[in-house]
Design a protein around this ligand. Sequence first.
Ligand code: NAD
Length: 269
Amino acid sequence: MSELRVIVVGASGRMGRMLVRAVTEARGTVLAGATERAGSPFLGRDAGEMAGVETLGVALVDDIHSCADADVVIDFTAPAATLHHAAFVAERGMGMVIGTTGFDAEKSQQLTDILVNAPVVMAANYSVGVNLALSLIERAAAVLGEDYDAEIFEAHHKHKVDAPSGTALAMGRSLAAGRGVNLDDVAVYSREGITGARKAGTIGFSVVRGGNIVGEHQAMFIADEERIEINHNASDRMVFARGAVRAARWLSDQSGGWYDMQDVLNLRD
Ligand code: NAD
């Protein structure tokens, strides 16, 4: 495979720095550009130095159009920024790996429309372990059925702005798919006051925010006599960054279309 040239947007963010590190660590992958939002105090700084690796000669810029030519953009920023970067990707005929979460229905539709012809990987969670867990949850839900009450729990650091996490929602969708139902019809996102008894067939969500928790997820299948739990705990964000770079490399062999990590890891039945 020839050299893969990558632009990391939001390169001074928590994930951005990890992504720059993962790009430099991956064989045959080079950093072609790095951006930050207008007004960021980090503009002009070397992306490699910011990421704690060697000087790469790639300075952070606030206009993605001024980056060198590249094959793929990796974007872990915020929904509005991702839409802006998607327009650039579509204009240049590049690929895009999207990690940003928290899109509402309208922005989600805009993103799909902008990237209608591009090769795109979008995943709520780029960890290989989480994606295996999604597959296991779907299988468990299909086998256990609605006799087992299903609950999803997640915990993240105090800076996270959206809830439940994209990964928790993906777990909910896998669980619902295993039961042959639509998550929107059965999800219960909050409980307060006199809620009444648990309604059969619902999928409940609960959320914790605090400290520097990288990401904890749990799917529970609860019957009167037994409980099955599928857990995933991430201890370092590098796990997402390495997965995203793996997705970028995989994407370079694909034609236009939307993919997720189940495709990248060949986990589809
Ligand atoms: P962060 O706030 O630390 O980083 C986001 C960065 O994007 C910031 O540095 C911000 O200045 C920058 N940014 C904003 N607008 C920009 C623009 N127009 N151009 C360039 N840069 C811009 O956040 P984070 O913890 O790194 O998370 C970023 C996103 O990634 C969130 O949506 C988070 O939920 C998601 N995330 C996804 C995964 C996954 O595996 N899919 C894993 C971790 C985080």
